[in-house]
Design a protein around this ligand. Structure first.
Ligand code: NOJ
Length: 735
């Protein structure tokens, strides 16, 4: 191999020399002494084949492993850290934001491994890298996939500048149990919503081409059914019928695969007793055979070894064989492939073709990303790459559009600028919790708190008092808060969950506000001043007790860096709220799971709870605005190609401009299998100026929108009547 760089070069020199080397190689003929795999103009498949023909079995096995790397801020330890990572390793989860550490490790791979195969650096860029955006569940409530795509694109650009080639996102696990902490990470309870946001995220991260500037590879996770974790307990088993698998859990993955997602992550849960990570049926037959996925599958963290805890493998070696044979190509974090594959090959428990197939898929992504040509990340000043004004502006818009106004009695909101406001609650001045879980390299200092936002809009009309902590039983701050409330015209009360109360490994049996926060509400209610409750949380909460005590409720979710500004903009009326729920809010934890698309009951007038109303507190797609919209009748026309066009005219009859999302639901009232009471098939958000009428339309493709999939995943379109619903308007289509 031609080496004309030295170990002691500065990174700048290394980058220049790499560029010269790449140009030199590109000019070389594809054969001769130049190695084909280094020729950027050769087809990826040829480069992969050439490289693999040069690799030893050991080198191949290293490609199938991923370890954690980073977080060691002590410069003197860097050498020490690198020492433990073999230069041939396939991938690293890079948790550091120091680009030079990544480059040093990549340097080792390029220069100290025999063939100079670059490492693929992955990281959990979930709702932003440095500029943190609203959590995914909140993004879904914006119903604005364009903003979600733009956000993923900014996150990709920042991540790429931070040395990341690949994100473990989007999470598209349909989730119907808010006790499961990871509902924060996905797009709610509906398959179609998850599918639309999956497409947006994949397009945003990957752009038009993976090697394009600022693009990174996406990863659909967690395949599949992880959101159905029993009782909302993380990492637990799942009971998923074949029908539910096809109806509910597969559609977002099909959409993400069709959008070109480069990778998929296997999930922790089992289906029919077979953990997804060991399921050839799921990972190969369905994912590749039926959905047409052609990228690689990474296990979730330690998911290979966990096959032992799940009781299907006797030891790590057997687990490694099961996972690889199932179709899991890259082992995240277990070291089980590295330790065992050579012996498993020898014993015949895994075949060389199986290893080769996985290696080829991983190398193909490295080529597609352009890592062989550009293995290093330019070390630019962070002021030039992170938290750029356009990215913050986008964070503001997404936060504004994702917040959901749940209650607004007597038009308490928006707040008049003359009002004296008592701003109370543990979340009011907080910054860190607004970031939510998996907040990349976001920093609390980057965040605008509600207090910051309110001071900006309302100046010294705002009097702040913390009131209490998030939990515990210290009531010593109550008196000051009550005094502040008594001297004000309105109370803005900021309560909710700490960021670590949702996300991974954050299941909760109670999803009510903690006792101390409830007590505070009651104390403040006793002052007689109207309460505007502003909530920050990563999951739907049970608000049944609080709802009657509050005049208004604004669900701000975990809104990211511009959360405080967005909240104040909504409270002041400068922004008209337009978010609608992507996940049902239960009235009681005993109702869970409760979601909009259940199949009809056997007795429609019986079977209700005897102790509480059966309906949830707030339905899927519910959300208020400061203006009013009137929906006209639905019109349907049939087209020559067998499709239909449905339209509905929506008029803004209030006195403010607004953004309105129209949700189109389909019901199949008589079918050979019982179908959901209604299913979301399309949504669209548009601006409607006050007094104006805007027409929304939905192109209905019968196979896509009216057919159902049976338990084998085959589409079935039956003759008969279908009902289209938009808000309170209904129209039937006869096939
Ligand atoms: C485990 C989580 O389940 C997964 O979502 C994440 O991407 C990996 N850890 C890596 O951090």
């Amino acid at each position: 191999m031609i080496t004309f760089v030295t170990k002691f070069d500065t990174m700048e020199n290394r980058l220049t020399k790499s560029a010269i080397l790449a140009t030199f190689l590109a000019l070389m003929p594809a054969s001769g002494f130049a190695q084909l795999y280094k020729n950027a103009d050769a087809p990826v498949a040829d480069r992969v084949a050439d490289l693999m023909s040069r690799m030893t079995v050991e080198e191949k096995i290293w490609q199938l492993n991923q370890a954690g790397f980073g977080n060691n801020k002590n410069i003197n330890n860097i050498g020490e850290k690198l020492k433990h990572i073999p230069p041939q390793i396939g991938s690293l989860i890079y948790t550091d934001d120091d680009v030079s550490l990544r480059n040093a490790m990549q340097w080792k791979a390029m220069e100290e491994s025999r063939l100079g195969i670059p490492i693929l650096f992955g990281y959990d860029v979930i709702h932003g890298y440095r500029t943190v955006y609203p959590i995914s569940l909140a993004q879904a409530c914006s119903w604005n996939t364009e903003l979600a795509e733009a956000m993923s694109s900014v996150a990709a650009r920042e991540a790429k500048s931070g040395g990341i080639d690949w994100t473990f996102s989007p999470m598209i696990d349909v989730a119907r149990d808010p006790r499961w902490g990871r509902v924060a990470e996905g797009y709610g309870e509906d398959p179609y919503t998850n599918a639309r946001f999956a497409i947006a995220a994949v397009k945003g991260y990957q752009g038009d081409t993976l090697s394009g500037e600022g693009n990174i590879a996406a990863c659909l996770k967690h395949y599949i059914g992880y959101g159905a974790s029993t009782g909302g307990r993380d990492y637990s088993c799942t009971e998923i019928s074949d029908q539910a698998l096809w109806d509910t859990y597969i559609p977002p993955y099909q959409a993400g695969v069709n959008a070109g997602a480069a990778t998929v992550m296997s999930s922790f849960n089992d289906i029919n007793g077979v953990p997804s990570t060991a399921s050839r049926f799921l990972q190969t037959d369905i994912l590749r055979g039926r959905l047409g996925f052609d990228g690689f599958v990474v296990s979730d963290w330690n998911a290979v070894e966990q096959l032992v805890s799940q009781g299907v493998a006797a030891d790590r070696a057997q687990a490694a064989a099961m996972a690889l044979n199932a179709g899991v190509d890259l082992d995240m974090g277990d070291n089980a492939y590295a330790e065992n594959l050579a012996a498993l090959l020898e014993s015949g428990d895994v075949a060389m073709e199986t290893i080769d197939r996985s290696v080829a898929l991983i190398l193909a992504l490295k080529f597609r990303l352009g890592l062989f040509e550009n293995p290093y990340t330019p070390e630019l000043p962070v002021e030039k790459t992170m938290l750029q004004p356009a990215g913050r502006e986008l964070a503001l818009r997404l936060a504004e559009e994702s917040m959901v106004l749940l209650k607004n009695k007597d038009g308490v909101l928006p707040l008049d600028k003359q009002l004296r406001i008592a701003l109370i609650g543990p979340m009011a001045a907080d910054k860190g919790h607004l970031l939510g879980s998996w907040s990349g390299h976001g920093r609390w200092e980057d965040v605008s708190s509600v207090l910051d936002g309110m001071k900006d809009r309302f100046g010294d009309k705002v009097k702040y008092s913390k009131g209490c902590d998030f939990d515990g039983d210290d009531t010593s701050l109550f008196a000051e808060a009550v005094a502040a409330a008594s001297e004000s015209d309105v109370i803005v009360l900021c309560l909710g969950e700490k960021r670590e109360w949702s996300g991974e490994n954050a299941s909760r049996a109670s999803i009510e506000l903690p006792v101390i926060q409830k007590k505070l509400i009651k104390e403040l209610h006793a002052t007689g001043k109207p309460i505007v409750l502003v909530l920050t949380n990563g999951r739907p909460l049970v608000l049944t007790e609080e709802e009657p005590l509050c005049a208004s409720i604004l669900e701000m979710w975990q809104p990211g860096v511009e959360g405080g500004v967005a909240t104040a903009a909504i409270l002041s009326g400068d922004i008209n709220p337009s978010g609608k729920l992507a996940m049902t809010f239960p009235r009681h934890v005993g109702q869970i799971p409760v979601f909009y698309c259940e199949r009809p009951r056997a007795r429609r007038d019986q079977g209700f709870y005897q102790d509480i109303p059966t309906e949830p507190l707030y339905d899927f797609a519910y959300g208020l605005s400061y203006t009013d919209y009137t929906y006209g009748d639905i019109n349907i026309s049939s087209n020559a190609d067998g499709t239909y066009t449905a339209t509905v005219a929506v008029t803004n009859t209030g006195n403010r401009d607004g953004l309105e999302t129209v949700h189109w639901f389909v019901t199949d009232p008589v079918s050979s299998i019982s179908r959901p009471a209604k299913e979301l098939k399309f949504f669209e958000k548009k601006q409607i100026k006050k007094g104006a009428t805007v027409v929304y339309s939905f192109e209905i493709d019968p196979i896509r929108d009216l057919a159902f999939v049976n338990s084998k995943g085959e589409p079935v379109l039956e003759k008969g009547r279908y009902i289209l619903t938009v808000k309170d308007k209904i129209k039937t289509i006869e096939l």
